[in-house]
Design a protein. Structure first.
Length: 131
C-alpha cells in the first residue's frame, strides 16, 4: 500500500470517527436532554435552548462531513462548536463530585477534545496531491 493510499485510509477513518462522535453526541442532546442540561455551567442562560441548539449544530456538522462539497464548512463549524462546549467540560472538571465521574476521566476528556480538534483539522484538509 502506498503512503498516499495509507494516508487516505487514515483520513477516511478519522472522518468516520468524527461523524460518529458528533452524530451520536447530537442525538444525545435530544435523547438525554436533562442530562445534557446538567453539564451546562450555571452562568450560561437558557440551558435547555443551548442544549437543543448545540445538538442541532452537532447533527448538521456531522451530516456536512459526509459530502466533500460541505466538508470544510462542516469542519469549521464543528471546530467552533467543540471550542464552544469547553466551558461545560471545564465545569464538570471543577465539580466532579456533582457528576460522579472520576477526575482522571474528565481530564482525559479534555485531552480527547484537543485530539478531536486536531482530527477535524487534519481529516478535512485537502490532499495536496489531489488538488
Amino acid at each position: 500500500m502506498s503512503p498516499r493510499a495509507s494516508r487516505s485510509g487514515l483520513r477516511r477513518a478519522g472522518l468516520i470517527f468524527a461523524f460518529l462522535w458528533f452524530a451520536i453526541g447530537g442525538v444525545a442532546h435530544f435523547a438525554a436532554t436533562p442530562l445534557e442540561m446538567s453539564i451546562v455551567p450555571p452562568y450560561i442562560r437558557y440551558p435547555h435552548a443551548v442544549v437543543l441548539v448545540s445538538g442541532v449544530f452537532e447533527l448538521l456538522g456531522a451530516t456536512g462531513l459526509l459530502w466533500s462539497a460541505t466538508r470544510r464548512s462542516a469542519a469549521w463549524g464543528l471546530f467552533a462548536l467543540t471550542v464552544a462546549v469547553t466551558p461545560a467540560n471545564l465545569y464538570m472538571l471543577q465539580r466532579p463530585d456533582h457528576f460522579g465521574i472520576a477526575v482522571w476521566v474528565l481530564v482525559a476528556r479534555l485531552f480527547l477534545q484537543v485530539g478531536l480538534l486536531a482530527l477535524i483539522q487534519w481529516g478535512t484538509q485537502r490532499d495536496p496531491a489531489r488538488a
